[in-house]
Ligand binder design. Structure first.
Ligand code: SF4
Length: 78
């Protein structure tokens, strides 16, 4: 699955949402998140993000690992 990370916080772009074929982006408190069960791993959103906030889970930098759980949690709640 793909994961939205720190750089998305307060970002105003929604290019990722526009390209996602399955509409699995959800609005969190101050950034977008990807629903891990809905993401089909197409990879289309990653190059579209102007903030470079989207990573494949396998490519996540170590300091962004906690965003895996945050995406999952916030996608359900918001
Ligand atoms: Fe949507 Fe594809 Fe990005 Fe997953 S990888 S969030 S399905 S655009």
């Amino acid at each position: 699955t793909y994961v939205v990370t720190e750089n998305c916080i307060q970002c105003k772009y929604t290019d990722c949402v526009d390209v996602c074929p399955v509409d699995c982006f959800y609005e969190g408190p101050n950034f977008l998140v990807i629903h891990p069960d809905e993401c089909i791993d197409c990879g289309l959103c990653e190059p579209e993000c102007p903030a470079e906030a989207i990573f494949a889970e396998d490519d996540l930098p170590a300091e962004q690992q906690h965003f895996v759980a945050l995406n999952a949690e916030l996608a359900e709640r918001w």
